[in-house]
Design a binder for this molecule. Structure first.
Ligand code: NAP
Length: 359
C-alpha cells in the first residue's frame, strides 16, 4: 500500500482534465487510511480523497500532495422487521449498489439510478435526482475525524443534510469510510413526484411504479442528457451538472421573472425561498446547448454540463464556466455556484490571486 508517485489524475476523472498527483494510494482498509493520513500530516502534505472522479476539476498543475483513492469494499445486510439495514463501504460503486437495491426489492434509492461515483461520495453533497435525496435513506455515516484522529459514527440528524449539502462538503475534517442505509423491503418505488419521470412512465403524480421500471426509465432519461458515462457518448466527458440550482428569495425570483420573456421554472424550497433551474438560466442568458467553439463548451444534450471536447485544459473549462457564471449574473442577477470540487485549482479568481502571491 505504498503510495505511487506522479500519478496522472485526468484519466481518473470523468472530465479528463488536470495534471498528476504528487503521490497516490488506493485505500481498501480503515487502518490503511489512518496510516496514510498520518503520513501526509507528518510530511505537511495536503490530502485529497478521490472516488470515481465524477465531480471534480483537477488543475493543470495537478495536486501537490497525497491523493487517497477510496476503495473500501463491503456490503452487509440485516433484516429489521419490514426494513433492511445495509452497511456499505465507501469504495463501493454507487450505481451497482442501486442496481442491487432495486433487484433485491429495497425501496429508497431507485430514483438515484445511473449516477456515477462511489457510495462514500453520496452523503457529501447529499446526492439527489428525480425527486429523491440519498439522505432520505441514510441512517448514519462512518467517517474518520482528522481533527480528533478517530473514527466516528454520525447519525443522519447530525450530518447537516440540506439541498446538495452536508457537514462533510468542502470540509477536510471528515473522510467517509462507510454509510448505513435503511430501506423498506418493497419492490415498488417511493411515490413519484418528478414531472418528467411521471410523464415518461405514464403514471400519475404521487403514484408508485415497480422500482425496476423506474430505474430503467431514469437511466434512459439520463442517457438522453449525456449524463450516463459511456465511451460512445462524447457528451458524457463532463463532471455532470457544473452548477448547483440556485435557491433565491422572493425578491430575486421577482427580478428574474421581470427580466425573462417566459415564466421561469421554480420550485418552493421552504422559508419563502425558491429553487431556480440553473440550466434554464444558463440557456436564457445566451449559452445554449452546444455553445462554445473551443475544446471546452456546453454539452449538446444538457445546458448544465460542461464538456471536454478533447484535449481541453482545466484552465479552459474553468474559463468557460466563469464566462457562463458572469453571463447569468449580468442577465438575471443570480450568482451560480459550481457543483464540482476543485483540486489543485480554484473557482474564485481571488483564490488564484492569493496562490500567485504565495508563490
Ligand atoms: P429538469 O428536468 O430540466 O429540471 C430542471 C431543474 O428543476 C432540476 O434540476 C430540478 O432540480 C428542478 N425540478 C424539476 N422538477 C422538479 C420537482 N417536481 N420538484 C423539485 N424540483 C424540480 O432537470 P435535469 O437537469 O434534466 O435533471 C433531472 C434530474 O436529474 C434532476 O433531479 C437533477 O438533479 C438530476 N440530474 C443530476 C445530475 C448531476 O450531475 N448532478 C445530472 C443530470 C441530472 P433538482 O436538480 O434539485 O432535482
Amino acid at each position: 500500500m505504498d503510495p505511487r508517485a506522479g500519478v496522472p489524475l485526468a484519466p481518473l476523472t470523468t472530465l479528463r482534465v488536470g495534471g498528476p498527483a504528487r503521490r497516490m494510494v488506493d485505500i481498501e482498509r480503515e487502518d490503511d487510511l489512518v496510516a496514510a493520513v498520518r503520513d501526509a500530516d507528518v510530511r505537511g502534505e495536503p490530502l485529497f480523497v478521490l472516488g470515481e472522479g465524477s465531480n471534480v476539476v483537477v488543475g493543470d498543475g495537478g495536486f501537490p500532495g497525497l491523493v487517497v483513492r477510496m476503495a473500501i469494499p463491503g456490503i452487509e445486510i440485516r433484516r429489521d422487521g419490514d426494513r433492511m439495514t445495509v452497511d456499505v463501504g465507501a469504495g463501493e460503486d454507487w450505481d451497482a449498489f442501486v442496481a442491487r437495491c432495486v433487484g433485491e426489492g429495497w425501496r429508497g434509492v431507485e430514483c438515484l439510478s445511473g449516477i456515477p461515483g462511489r457510495v462514500g461520495a453520496t452523503p457529501i453533497q447529499n446526492v439527489g435526482a428525480y425527486g429523491q435525496e440519498v439522505s432520505e435513506s441514510i441512517v448514519s455515516v462512518r467517517a474518520f475525524d482528522r481533527t480528533a484522529g478517530e473514527f466516528r459514527t454520525i447519525d443522519a440528524a447530525a450530518c447537516g443534510f440540506g439541498y446538495r449539502a452536508s457537514i462533510f462538503k468542502r470540509n477536510d475534517r471528515w473522510i467517509a469510510t462507510g454509510v448505513r442505509f435503511s430501506f423498506e423491503a418493497a419492490p415498488d418505488s417511493a411515490p413519484l413526484r418528478y414531472a418528467e419521470l411521471v410523464r415518461a412512465l405514464g403514471v400519475g403524480e404521487g403514484d408508485r411504479a415497480p422500482s425496476v421500471v423506474v430505474r430503467q426509465a431514469i437511466v434512459a432519461l439520463r442517457r438522453a442528457k449525456g449524463m450516463v458515462l459511456s465511451a460512445d457518448d462524447p457528451e458524457s466527458v463532463s463532471a455532470g451538472s457544473f452548477f448547483v440550482n440556485p435557491v433565491v428569495d422572493a425578491a430575486a425570483l421577482a427580478r428574474v421573472e421581470g427580466l425573462a420573456a417566459e415564466r421561469p421554472p421554480r420550485f418552493e424550497a421552504g422559508d419563502g425561498r425558491y429553487k431556480l433551474a440553473a440550466a434554464w438560466l444558463v440557456e436564457r442568458a445566451g449559452f445554449p446547448k452546444g455553445w462554445g467553439t473551443g475544446r471546452a463548451g456546453v454539452s449538446r444534450k444538457h445546458a448544465l454540463a460542461l464538456v471536454n471536447r478533447g484535449g481541453a485544459t482545466a484552465r479552459e473549462i474553468i474559463a468557460c464556466a466563469r464566462t457562463i457564471r458572469d453571463g447569468v449574473r449580468s442577465r438575471f442577477g443570480v450568482a451560480l455556484e459550481p457543483e464540482p470540487v476543485f483540486v489543485g485549482c480554484t473557482w474564485d479568481e481571488s483564490g488564484e490571486e492569493q496562490a500567485r502571491q504565495g508563490q
